[in-house]
Write a protein that binds this ligand. Structure first.
Ligand code: N01
Length: 556
C-alpha cells in the first residue's frame, strides 16, 4: 500500500483533479465509484431500469476507467474486440463496428464514450471527483462519502466500480527523486503522449504492459534498455484490421457469440478444446501448437483443456513457446535470458504481443537481466545495478504493474459498521462473499472484487454478470421492503475456502512472483485473490444464491 501511495504522491503525470461540479443534490439512492465499463453499466441499470437516483463519481475527466489512464504506446486490449464489449443490448452490440481484431486504447475510449452518450449517462457522472472516504452510518443506514475536494454525499447503496488494475505500482527504488530525466508509469500515461525521439529510454517490467510497449517505444527511441526481472511467455497477437465479412459475421451471430461468452470459463468468444495434451501424439501436439501459434492471441491457451491443471501438460506448451523465442531472437545470449522462464505457461497472466521478441533483434534495443544483477539505485542520470554498471537514461518507463484488486479499494478510507476500516477487515487478505460483499459493510457492493473471476475472465463478461446480480438484488430488496443486505460471516468463511479450493485445483497459485497473489507489492498479504473456478460455474453459484432467497446474506 505504501508503494501505491508513494506513486500517487510523486507522479507528475496524474491528470489534474477538477473541482466537483457545484450541484446541489448530495443525497442519492446509490453512489457508484468509477466510470469504466462497470460504472457505466451499473449506472444504466440502477437509473434507467430501476429508476433510482444514482450518481457516478469519477476521478478522471472522462469515461473509460482503466482505459482513461492507460494510454502508453502499444496499449491495446488482449481480448478480441467482438468480445470486449457489452452484450446487454443487442442493438448496441450490432451498431458498434470495431476496426481491428484487438481494440487499441483510443478505440475502447471511443466505444465507452459512445455507450455513455447513447444512454445519456454523462449527466449522471461527476468527473474530476476522486472519492477519498466512505463511512457507513448505521443509524441512518446510509453511506457517507467524501471526495478529495471535500464534498460530502450520502447514499443508501455504495457500489465500487473501481477496476482491478487501477492503482499504479511504482517500486520504491532508492534515488528516483534525484533522477534528472523524466519518468512515467504506464498506468498514468500523460494524455499528450511522450516523445521518445532521440532519447535513451529504460523500461522496467516485462508483464503484458512492458511486452506491448517495448516494440512501439523501440521504433522512435534512440536506444531502449529493457530491465527484465522475470522472463515471460508471450504469444503473437496477430492483430489485423477486421474485414467487412467478419464484421457482418459478428452482427449476424450476436446471440451465439454472447451465449459462448457466458458459457466459457474465461468469458471469451472461443471454446476451450475438450482434449488433453496426452490424448494426442507428440507430432499431433506439435502441429496443434503450430496452428494455435499462427492463430495467435489468448486462444493459444484453449488448445488443450489441461494446460492450467497439470504441470506435465503445461510443460509441453512452455517448451513450445521457449523454442519459438529461441528461433526469433538472433543473439543467443539474449534469447537465453528471454527464454529462461521459471513458471508454468499462463500461470501468470499470459501476455500476447506484436513483435515483442523481434524487437530484441534491433540494434537500438538491449535486455538487462535484473534478476542476475538487480537494480540498486536510480541516479541523477540513469539506473545503476548491483554490479556497479550504470545505464545512462533520459526517460524511465515503469511498466511495473498495479496494486491489483484490493489496491483500488484500500486506497479509499472505507469503513463499515462501528467504524471498522476495510483495511483492518482485510489485513490478512481480502475476505468477502462472492467477491461482492464484505461482512460488516452493509449495502456496499464491490463489482469484480477479489474472490470473483474478474481478471481471470474477459472483463466485460465478468462485469455484466456482477452488475446484473447487484441490480437484481437491489430490485429484490425494493420489492420486499428490505433496507439492508450484508454478507453473513459464515458465508464469507465458506466462500474464502471455495476460492482457495478453486485456485489449488490449478497451477495458478504456484507462481511466487504473481500479482494474482499480491506478491508484487511489498507487505501485501500473499493470498490468491481471483476466483479460479471459471465464469460459468461462478455465474451458476451466484444465480443459485439469489434463487434461494439470497442465501448467505442477512436481509433486514
Ligand atoms: O504488470 P505486471 P503489467 N524491479 O505486474 C516488473 C493487465 N493488462 O502492467 O514479475 C524490476 O504483470 C515485474 O517483475 P516480476 C493484465 O491483466 C492488460 O504488465 O514481479 N522489475 C513484471 O515484469 C496484466 O497482467 C492489458 O519479477 C519490476 C512487471 O514489472 C496486468 O494488467 C495490457 C519491479 C510488472 O508486470 C498487469 O500487467 C496490459 C522492480 N522493482 C496489462 N517491480 C490488455 O489486455 C515490478 N517489476 C490491454
Amino acid at each position: 500500500m505504501a508503494t501505491a501511495k508513494t506513486a500517487r504522491k510523486k507522479s507528475p503525470q496524474r491528470a489534474p483533479t477538477r473541482k466537483a461540479p457545484a450541484r446541489k443534490q448530495s443525497a442519492f439512492d446509490a453512489l457508484i465509484i468509477g466510470a469504466g465499463f462497470s460504472g457505466l453499466y451499473q449506472l444504466y441499470c440502477l437509473r434507467d431500469r430501476l429508476d433510482l437516483s444514482a450518481l457516478v463519481l469519477e476521478a478522471g475527466d472522462g469515461v473509460g476507467g482503466t482505459w482513461y489512464w492507460n494510454r502508453y504506446p502499444g496499449a491495446r486490449c488482449d481480448s478480441e474486440s467482438h468480445s470486449y464489449c457489452f452484450t446487454f443490448d443487442e442493438k448496441l452490440y450490432k451498431e458498434w463496428q470495431w476496426s481491428e481484431r484487438y481494440p487499441g486504447h483510443a478505440e475502447v475510449r471511443r466505444y465507452l464514450n459512445h455507450v455513455a452518450d447513447r444512454f445519456d449517462l454523462k449527466r449522471s457522472i461527476r468527473f474530476g471527483t476522486r472519492v477519498t472516504a466512505a463511512h457507513y452510518d448505521e443509524a441512518a443506514n446510509r453511506w457517507q462519502v467524501t471526495t478529495e475536494a471535500g464534498e460530502r454525499l450520502t447514499a443508501k447503496f455504495l457500489i465500487t466500480a473501481v477496476g482491478c488494475l487501477s492503482t499504479a505500482n511504482v517500486p520504491n527504488i532508492p534515488g528516483l527523486d534525484s533522477f534528472k530525466g523524466r519518468w512515467v508509469h504506464t498506468g498514468q500515461w500523460p494524455h499528450e503522449g511522450v516523445d521518445f525521439t532521440g532519447k535513451r529510454v529504460g523500461l522496467i517490467g516485462t508483464g503484458s504492459t512492458g511486452i506491448q510497449a517495448t516494440p512501439v517505444i523501440a521504433e522512435t527511441a534512440k536506444h531502449l534498455t529493457v530491465f527484465q526481472r522475470t522472463p515471460n511467455y508471450s504469444v503473437p497477437a496477430r492483430n489485423v484490421p477486421l474485414t467487412a465479412e467478419f464484421q457482418r459475421y459478428v452482427r449476424e451471430n450476436y446471440p451465439e457469440l454472447a451465449r459462448t461468452m457466458r458459457r466459457t470459463p474465461n468469458g471469451h468468444a472461443f471454446v476451450i478444446e475438450d482434449r488433453s495434451v496426452f490424448d494426442v501424439t507428440p507430432e499431433e501436439r506439435q502441429a496443434i501448437y503450430e496452428a494455435a501459434w499462427e492463430v495467435g492471441g489468448l486462444q493459444f491457451r484453449a488448445a488443450f483443456r489441461d494446460l492450467l491443471a497439470d504441470k506435465a501438460a503445461n510443460d509441453t506448451a512452455a517448451d513450445f513457446i521457449k523454442s519459438k523465442i529461441r528461433q526469433v531472437v538472433k543473439d543467443k545470449a539474449t534469447a537465453e535470458k528471454l527464454a529462461n522462464i521459471d513458471h508454468p505457461y499462463a500461470a501468470k497472466r499470459p501476455p500476447i504481443d506484436t513483435d515483442y521478441f523481434e524487437a530484441f533483434n534491433r540494434d537500438n534495443v538491449a535486455l538487462v537481466d535484473v534478476r542476475a544483477d538487480p537494480i540498486e539505485a536510480i541516479t541523477a542520470t540513469g539506473i545503476r545495478t548491483r554490479s556497479g554498471t550504470e545505464y545512462p537514461l533520459d526517460i524511465i518507463v515503469f511498466a511495473t504493474g498495479f496494486d491489483a484488486m484490493t489496491g483500488p479499494l484500500l486506497r479509499m478510507d472505507i469503513r463499515g459498521r462501528d467504524g471498522l476500516p476495510l483495511a483492518e477487515a482485510w489485513k490478512a487478505g481480502p475476505r468477502n462473499y462472492l467477491g461482492l460483499q464484505v461482512a460488516g459493510f452493509p449495502n456496499l457492493f464491490t463489482i469484480t472484487g477479489p474472490g470473483s473471476p474478474s481478471v481471470l475472465c474477459n472483463m466485460p463478461v465478468a462485469i455484466e454478470q456482477h452488475v446484473d446480480w447487484i441490480t437484481g438484488c437491489i430490485a429484490h430488496m425494493r420489492a420486499n421492503r428490505v433496507e439492508r443486505i450484508e454478507a453473513r460471516p459464515e458465508a464469507v468463511e465458506r466462500w474464502v475456502e471455495q476460492v482457495n479450493i478453486a485456485a489449488n485445483a490449478t497451477l495458478l497459485p504456484q507462481v511466487p512472483h504473481s500479482w494474482y497473489l499480491g506478491a508484487n507489492i511489498p507487505g501485501k498479504p500473499r493470498v490468491f485473490m481471483p476466483y479460479a473456478g471459471g465464469m460459468a460455474r461462478f455465474r451458476a453459484i451466484c444465480d443459485g444464491v439469489a434463487a434461494r432467497g439470497y442465501e448467505g446474506f442477512a436481509l433486514s
